[in-house]
Structures are given as C-alpha cells and as structure tokens.
Design a protein around this ligand. Structure first.
Ligand SMILES: Cc1cc2nc3c(=O)[nH]c(=O)nc-3n(C[C@H](O)[C@H](O)[C@H](O)COP(=O)(O)O)c2cc1C
Ligand code: SF4
Ligand code: SF4
Length: 267
C-alpha cells in the first residue's frame, strides 16, 4: 500500500506512477487521517510513503499520520514488509528521511529505500522564493521522470540499497533549526487574502484544498482557520484569476501545478 500527500500534484504524479507499476493500493493521507489509520497488510505487501518536503521536513499532516498509523500483518515481523519513502522537493530535503524514520521507529518499521525527486518549486511566500522558469521546470520533470523509473525498479525488486536523497548543505541545521522554525511559525492560513474584484466564484480553490480548509461565503473563499492548512499552496496556484495571495508577497509570483506550466514569471 502507498500513502501519499500532495498539494500541487508533483507527488501525486509520482505516487500514481508507482502505484501503477507495483499494483499497490493508493491512499491519500488527508482522507485517511480522520479514520482509525489502521491497515491490514497482505502477505509480502510493501509499505510506501510519498510526500513533498515542507521546510526540510515532512509536512505536518504527514508527521501526524505517521504517528497515528498502525498495521496488522500476517507475518511474524513487520520488517518483512519492504518499506520505502519517495519525497519530492524543489531543491533539497535536509534530514526529511531521518525525521520520517524516527516517526516510524516506534512502529518497528525501518525504511529500506528512499529517494528524492527534484521537481518544480511550489513555495513562493518568502523573499527570493519563486516558481521555476518554464525551461527549468521541463528539465526538472524530465530528470524526475528518469529518477522515478529508477525508484520503480528498485522498489519492484525490493532492493535494500543506498538512499538516493539530495540532502543539500548543512542538512541537520536546515531541518532542525531553520525548518523547525518555519514549520512551527510560518505554516498558517491567516495570511491568505482574496481580491474580490478578480474572483469569479469558480470554487476551484475549495475543490483543490487537500484539508478542506476553504469554503465559499457569498461566492468568495474564506479560510476556516482550523489549523489544518499545510501551506501546500494548491489554492494559490490553481486559482485561474490569481485572485488569492499570501499577504502581498505573492502578487507578482508565478503559479504552477503539475501539468500546468508556470504562467507568470516571478522574477
Ligand atoms: C510549504 C512548502 C515548503 C517547502 N519547502 C521545501 C524545502 O524545504 N525544500 C525544497 O527543496 N522544496 C521545498 N518546497 C517545494 C516542494 O517540496 C516541491 O515543489 C514539491 O514537489 C511539491 O509537491 P506537491 O506538488 O506534491 O505538493 C516547499 C513547498 C511548500 C509548499
Ligand atoms: S479559485 Fe480563484 S476565482 Fe475561483 S473561487 Fe477561488 S479565489 Fe475565486
Ligand atoms: S488552504 Fe491552501 S495552502 Fe492551506 S491546505 Fe488548503 S490548499 Fe493548501
């Protein structure tokens, strides 16, 4: 079984390809979290986790899920079930895999293989953070496609091999200091604003929000402020009118989601 999270579709693309190649069951983490999160593994079934990197860590919704998940298995040892993690990121993952490993350790699960796919950038809410230029997006997707094939081969043959993860410089500092601050203080829906003159009440933002954090009030989206927002930016990137902004900083930034080329050049 494969458990995945995705905001702008990069990880969904990878998880769906992996599920197709391995014929494994696919579960979307936001749909699973309100359930018991207990799963019955079949004989020899693999366990896969696919998610984007958020602030050099797993997104908080993924960490919550990893802490809650339990399995029953027909084998005597859960470690007989091959476990892999596939992450997507714009540039570097820091110690995301190590953090995932420690969340899984209390369940006696250890990661047999992990890979990072470098994919188009989705975070645009800080200075100097932009969507990639279209050519860079294409290059990243072409390379990610090859890396995904490698991952699929490794997972299909259940190899316990070197992790293919781009951690970047100072991975511990990025994950445990900068990323810890980012995830504790900067993931919020309180900064989203809608330009009512631009909004056409299409409801796309409501539909794409993976946590159900948005509703339309008299045709204009409003955020529920229920602490579920992951800052995945699906709402921002999918708005056909660029009517949603995160404070003022994103007003001239690009919009990207998988299968849709960046529309505005941010720089
Ligand atoms: C809140 C947030 C934080 C991010 N942090 C990082 C990061 O620390 N390192 C990185 O390389 N990319 C980072 N990114 C970029 C995403 O990891 C990358 O674009 C990913 O492929 C998006 O996956 P998705 O389309 O499945 O949501 C971040 C994106 C978001 C929305
Ligand atoms: S996606 Fe954009 S245009 Fe559509 S309802 Fe949301 S804010 Fe309005
Ligand atoms: S409100 Fe926007 S950023 Fe927050 S989880 Fe929903 S789609 Fe993602």
């Amino acid at each position: 079984m494969i458990f995945y999270f995705s905001g702008t579709g990069n990880t969904r693309w990878a998880a769906e390809k992996m599920a197709e190649a391995t014929a494994e069951r696919l579960f979307f983490i936001p749909n699973e979290l309100p359930t018991s999160c207990h799963y019955e593994l079949e004989v020899g079934e693999r366990i896969g986790f696919c998610f984007p990197v958020h602030g050099w860590q797993p997104p908080h919704i993924v960490r919550e899920f990893l802490k809650k998940i339990t399995f029953s298995t027909p084998s005597s040892d859960i470690r007989e079930h091959y476990c892999y993690v596939l992450i997507t990121c714009g540039d570097s993952a820091g110690e995301t895999i190590e953090m995932c490993n420690s969340d899984l350790a209390p369940k006696n699960i250890s990661i047999d293989f992990a890979i990072s796919l470098i994919m188009p950038e989705s975070y645009v809410c800080l200075p100097f953070m932009y969507t990639d230029k279209p050519q860079r997006e294409e290059e990243k997707i072409a390379q990610a496609s090859k890396d995904l094939d490698t991952a699929i081969n490794i997972v299909c043959s259940r190899k316990r091999t070197t992790f293919l993860v781009k951690k970047g410089p100072l991975p511990w500092t990025f994950s445990h200091v900068i990323g810890a601050y980012f995830n504790a203080k900067m993931i919020t829906d309180k900064k989203f604003r809608v330009d009512p003159d631009m909004c056409i009440s299409c409801g796309k933002c409501v539909k794409v929000c993976p946590t159900g954090d948005i509703r339309l009030a008299e045709g204009v989206p409003e955020w529920k402020h229920n602490d579920s927002c992951t800052n995945c930016l699906a709402c921002y990137h999918h708005c056909p009118r660029h009517a949603i902004n995160y404070g003022r900083i994103t007003r001239k930034r690009g919009q990207y989601y998988f299968g849709h080329r960046t529309t505005t050049s941010g720089e």
